[in-house]
Each structure stands twice: as structure tokens, then as C-alpha cells.
Design a binder for this molecule. Structure first.
Ligand code: T3D
Length: 264
């Protein structure tokens, strides 16, 4: 039997998905996309899962599109329809990550290039090994950033830096990525797993319904003026204020006890 293209492991309420084509730096082919979609859907549907970690097997995180995938072979007219690949694979991937009902952490263990970089950057929190790197490799093969990169990069680091990264395709070290505000944290390689797992466990114990709503509200507010954003905040707070986690959080505070959050 062939190896799964996405390894799934659980540690308490934290599920880890590991992209698993290490010999090709976990570059994404159509089969891996399909497995990843299934794994994300399964995690979203499983009430036991309260945080998700996305990482790579071997020395890389993900080198983006598998440039040897059958989908890349030119059709009879001699042209490859990359737009179709984006619609079929990258659009659903980027949207799924952004719609997960639980916090999603990218544990970047090595190089994250092309769509692999933007897959990581689309997660809620990115923790990278000091030896990891981020490369907007698209310009080197005549493409633009995808997997949400055109939307994510200027929001994360501003237009000037986003354009610099995207146009040069230069490798950014994990430390530089932290300095630019592109990612949350960079740690020595030996501490990557423990640090990321500790953060995932910490988030899993929080009111995750509110954490997911925080992501949605921040994303939505980026397109709004202040009055609209305030209306959005009122709508979301009204809903969360009726949820059990809010009652639990307030009760725990008043009674000076740890809260036990269960909403999802
Ligand atoms: O359909 C579409 O195209 C639309 C979607 C586009 C989205 C994209 O992601 S476009 C960008 C695609 N990715 C790239 O252009 C990155 C290509 N890879 C690299 O530039 C380098 O491999 C890295 C900088 C990422 C790492 O360099 P290094 O020196 O650490 O490793 P390496 O020796 O280059 O790679 C190791 C192996 O992985 C090697 O295989 P081999 O020779 O040992 O059998 C290499 O061919 C393979 N590999 C790396 N990246 C890819 C890949 N194989 C297929 N596709 C890859 N993207």
C-alpha cells in the first residue's frame, strides 16, 4: 500500500496534518490536494479537534505546486491551463484554511516556497524553525503569487515589502520573516515541535468559537470603514454573548476558577 500523502496524528485536542512527499519537499500534486481537503474537512467536522497544526515531513515544509505533476503537462493545444489548477486546488485549499472552526497553526519546519509559503501564511499563527525560509518563488517561473498570496502579503507586510518579496522571489529567513511581521515566531529547530504544540494546546483550551470569529472579523474588517466594522463587532459580540463560552468565562472569572470552554 502506498504511503498517505497527508499524515494525521492527534495529541489530545490538537490534530496535526503533515504533508508527506518529503523527497519532493512536499510539493503539492493533485492527489495531495485531494487528501489535504479531506483531512481538513474531517478535522472541521470532528468535535474533539480544537486546534490544528499544519506541517511538512522531512526537511521541507512545502515547495508549492509540484512542477512535475500530470496537471502541469500541456494539453493538445500545447498550453497548460494553470487557472484551472488554481480553481480546482488552490482556491478550495485557501478558503478551507480560512474557514476552519478551530485555530490553525503552521509549523514551518523547512523551506516554504511558492504556494507552500502562502499556504503557511494563510494560517492563523505561523511558527517557524530558525533554519526555515519563505520564498515567493512565482516570479522566477513567470507567475504571480497565488494560494491567496496577492491578498495576504500586502495585508501582512504592506505593499512595498509585499511587492519586493513577490518581484524578487528572494529567500527570506525565518528570523527576517519575524522582523517583517510576516510570521508570529521563530524558534531554534530543536524546540519547534514543543513550542508549536504548546501554543496549539493553549489555544485549544481557549474559547475557540471566539477565536475563529476573531479571524473572520479581522479578515472582513479589512474591507470595511470604521462604522461598518463597528456594526460587524456588534453583530458578532451579540452572537458570542449568547454562547455558553461567554457565560463560562464570566462565571470562571467571578468565581476565581479556571474556565472550561466547550463551544466550537
Ligand atoms: O499549476 C500551477 O503551477 C499553479 C500553481 C502554482 C503555485 C506554485 O507554487 S508556483 C511555484 C512552484 N514552486 C517552485 O517554483 C519552487 C521550486 N523549488 C525550488 O526552487 C527549490 O527546490 C527550493 C528553493 C524550494 C529548495 O531548494 P533545495 O536546494 O533545498 O532543494 P532541491 O534540491 O531544489 O529540491 C529537492 C528535491 O525536491 C528535488 O528533487 P530531486 O532532484 O532530489 O529528485 C527537487 O526537484 C524537488 N522539488 C523541489 N521543489 C519542487 C520539487 N519537485 C517538484 N515540484 C516542486 N515545486
Amino acid at each position: 500500500m502506498s504511503e498517505p500523502l497527508v499524515l494525521v496524528t492527534n495529541a489530545g485536542a490538537v490534530r496535526t496534518l503533515s504533508l508527506n512527499r518529503p523527497a519532493a519537499l512536499n510539493s503539492l500534486n493533485s492527489a495531495m490536494h485531494a487528501e489535504l481537503r479531506r483531512a481538513l474537512d474531517a478535522a472541521a467536522a470532528d468535535g474533539q479537534v480544537r486546534a490544528l497544526i499544519l506541517t511538512g515531513s522531512g526537511r521541507g515544509f512545502c515547495a508549492g505546486q509540484d512542477l512535475n505533476d500530470a496537471g502541469m503537462v500541456p494539453g493538445p493545444d500545447g498550453r497548460v491551463d494553470i487557472g484551472a489548477v488554481i480553481e480546482a486546488n488552490y482556491r478550495p485549499l485557501a478558503l478551507r484554511i480560512r474557514a476552519m472552526p478551530v485555530p490553525v497553526l503552521a509549523m514551518v519546519n523547512g523551506v516554504a516556497a511558492g504556494a507552500g509559503a502562502n499556504l503557511a501564511l494563510g494560517c492563523d499563527m505561523v511558527i517557524a524553525a530558525r533554519s526555515a525560509s519563505f520564498i515567493q518563488a512565482f516570479s522566477k517561473i513567470g507567475l504571480i503569487p497565488d494560494c491567496g498570496g496577492t491578498w495576504l502579503l500586502p495585508r501582512l507586510v504592506g505593499r512595498a515589502v509585499a511587492l519586493g518579496l513577490a518581484m524578487t522571489g528572494d529567500k527570506l529567513s525565518a528570523e527576517e520573516a519575524v522582523q517583517l511581521g510576516l510570521i508570529w515566531e521563530c524558534v531554534d529547530d530543536a524546540f519547534l515541535v514543543d513550542t508549536t504544540m504548546a501554543m496549539a494546546q493553549r489555544l485549544a483550551a481557549m474559547p475557540i468559537k471566539a477565536l475563529a470569529a476573531t479571524r473572520q472579523a479581522l479578515d472582513a474588517a479589512g474591507q470595511m470603514d470604521l462604522p461598518e466594522a463597528l456594526s460587524l463587532e456588534a453583530r458578532v459580540q451579540r452572537e458570542l454573548g449568547h454562547a455558553a463560552d461567554f457565560a463560562e468565562g464570566v462565571s470562571a472569572f467571578q468565581n476565581k476558577r479556571p474556565a472550561l470552554f466547550r463551544d466550537r
